[in-house]
Design a protein around this ligand. Structure first.
Ligand code: GUN
Length: 301
């Protein structure tokens, strides 16, 4: 058996069409344009490229988009004041502070300073707590994207054995929580494996849905997967460089997920590729959250 590919680019494109149509409706009927600010501190190349992609998506959807770039030596107090200004700005419905921040700034202090009702990343502890009790306002973007990939690929989630490999605050813990909720597109039995789990393979082999966010290549090999499982690979590992196919003379990274794709593909019923699986969904869910926040501000549900 060779698994069906769950095409994140296609599902993301479909969702962006839906978000665009809803944005036009919100502007037309309520005069509210979703507003997103992305705050970038310093010039970390990966952060610059993520923020650029977020801005591009936001503009394509017709959002009011602000890119606020600050030097790496901005003081913590100045950054906190900047966030507070956007908390109070009625044109802004979503605030995203690109992480990581320079070492002299306490990331938690900055995240906590954000109005939870504008925290479209879903990282503020109020939003983490809301998710835990089934009252989520904004789901964190990567796990929310994983849930959409499962729903939109027709995967049966209710009652399924889900095994998550990795317990990070931005992927492992929230996806476990999302799929555990007594809600549509959830209601699964969830196991979370981590670096101190005694026999990871004994857990992964039970999974109907296996979600891998371990942080290194080949964390899951073919023998660790049940026949017919649905496998979501959240990993993005740079394993080398190759010449760009579009820009002559430019080198681009070669990316690999956390799953041994070729071997696992022969056992799974469906699998996400890297790139082109979870990645395109993350920015899409950021746009979804910003639209949701703007709808809330306009009193629309
Ligand atoms: N850095 C890497 N991923 C993310 C993300 O999803 N949100 C923010 N704010 N920073 C990041």
């Amino acid at each position: 058996m060779s698994a069906t590919i769950i095409d994140g680019r296609q599902i993301a494109a479909q969702m962006r069409e839906e978000i665009k149509a809803e944005t036009e409706k919100l502007i037309r009927e309520h005069g509210v344009t979703p507003g997103l600010v992305t705050i970038l501190v310093g010039e970390n190349p990966a952060s610059v490229s993520y923020v650029t992609a977020k801005q591009k998506a936001s503009k394509e959807l017709g959002f009011y988009s602000v890119q606020d770039s600050r030097p790496a030596d901005i003081s913590e107090a100045d950054l906190l004041a900047l966030v507070d200004g956007y908390n109070k700005d009625p044109r802004i419905h979503g605030i995203l502070v690109q992480l990581p921040l320079p070492k002299h700034i306490d990331e938690n202090k900055v995240l906590y300073a954000m109005d939870p009702d504008k925290d479209v990343d879903g990282f503020h502890p109020v939003n983490v707590g809301r998710l835990m009790i089934g009252e989520a306002k904004f789901l964190p973007c990567t796990p929310a994207g994983i849930q959409q990939l499962l729903i939109r690929s027709g995967t049966a989630i209710e009652g399924a054995e889900v095994v998550v490999v990795g317990r990070s605050n931005i992927v492992g813990k929230p996806i476990a929580n999302i799929l555990l909720q007594k809600k549509e597109g959830a209601n699964a039995t969830v196991t979370v494996c981590h670096t101190r789990t005694r026999d990871i393979a004994s857990h992964t082999r039970r999974a109907d849905i296996l979600i891998v966010a371990a942080g290194f290549p080949n964390a899951v090999t073919g023998d660790m997967v049940k026949k017919g499982a649905v496998v979501i690979d959240v990993g993005v590992n740079r394993v080398g460089e190759k010449p760009s196919s579009t820009v002559p003379g430019k080198m681009v990274p070669i990316l690999k997920g956390d799953v041994d794709f070729d071997a696992v593909r022969e056992r799974a019923s469906a699998i996400t590729p890297v790139p082109g699986g979870v990645g395109p969904m993350t920015i899409t869910m950021l746009m979804f959250n910003t639209l949701k926040s703007a709808k809330g501000a306009a009193g629309v549900d």
